[in-house]
Design a protein around this ligand. Structure first.
Ligand code: BT5
Length: 222
């Protein structure tokens, strides 16, 4: 992978659209960092904000692979065991440490951009009471070293059998086998979170004993 480092960008995912597969775009600060559904992603100096460009068109898979890469890298550098939360969050000590945003374009050029944001040494706004950083958790980490480690783990994980990735992901998954509510853009569904499909969809068993596959949403414990 070839790395491009910028002091400031609106969003590394936006910038990455101009780069070929195999590129990694890093910014020290993002002025318009974004989450899913155009939510704002706080991206002050000190955090790890970067995007990986690939010609691969399975966004959910890439999100799982990225989560495993983040987990393994954080474990290697800090001996910290993070949890994953379906579909795109990484938690540590019950707070959100990192988020992943994979965006793909299809057509002549199949291309996916996997954006990863990890709170390392950055300050977090008070309004984000649910967020944490490696610094707040007491870990001293160089964010560029962490990015390198994640990219290395990401490349390794890309070559692994996806079933093993899912297995590892499930072993550290929040709310698996628990009753939850999932809110999607225009509906809400409750049930037991019983598994993950081969594609990375959530499998929910509803109160009527129906199995439902969910592609996207936000999970809340009930
Ligand atoms: C995400 O969205 O968690 C995906 C975040 C991806 C960020 C990376 S940074 C590099 C690349 N470039 C980008 O522009 N984006 C990617 P979502 O699941 O929708 O969560 C968004 C929500 O997380 C917000 O509505 C806030 O509640 C919360 N949030 C915002 N900034 C945060 C932060 N720094 N740490 C923890 N939580 C945050």
């Amino acid at each position: 992978m070839k790395t491009y480092h910028f002091k400031e960008l609106d969003s590394t995912n936006n910038k990455a659209k101009d780069y070929p597969p195999g590129s990694v775009i890093i910014a020290d600060v993002q002025t318009k960092g974004s989450g899913r559904l155009s939510r704002t992603w706080s991206s002050n100096i000190g955090g790890a904000w970067f995007s990986i460009v690939l010609d691969f068109n399975e966004p959910l898979r890439l999100t799982f692979i990225a989560a495993i890469a983040v987990r393994r890298a954080v474990k290697a550098l800090c001996s910290l065991d993070c949890k994953v939360k379906w579909p795109n969050d990484i938690y540590a000590e019950d707070k959100k440490l990192a988020g992943i945003l994979t965006q793909c374009t299809f057509g002549d050029k199949n291309r996916c951009i996997t954006g990863i944001g990890i709170n390392v040494n950055n300050e977090l706004p008070k309004s984000l009471a649910e967020a944490t950083s490696l610094k707040l958790l007491g870990y001293k980490v160089d964010k560029d070293e962490l990015i390198n480690e994640i990219v290395t783990e990401f490349e390794k994980a890309l070559k692994e059998d996806f079933n093993n990735i899912i297995k590892e992901w499930k072993a550290s998954c929040l709310y698996l086998n628990k009753n939850i509510r999932v809110e999607t853009v225009n509906s809400s569904c409750t049930g037991r979170f019983i598994g993950i499909s081969e594609q990375g969809f959530m499998i929910l068993r509803t109160e009527d004993n129906e199995l439902v596959k969910i592609v996207e949403g936000t999970v809340y414990p009930i």
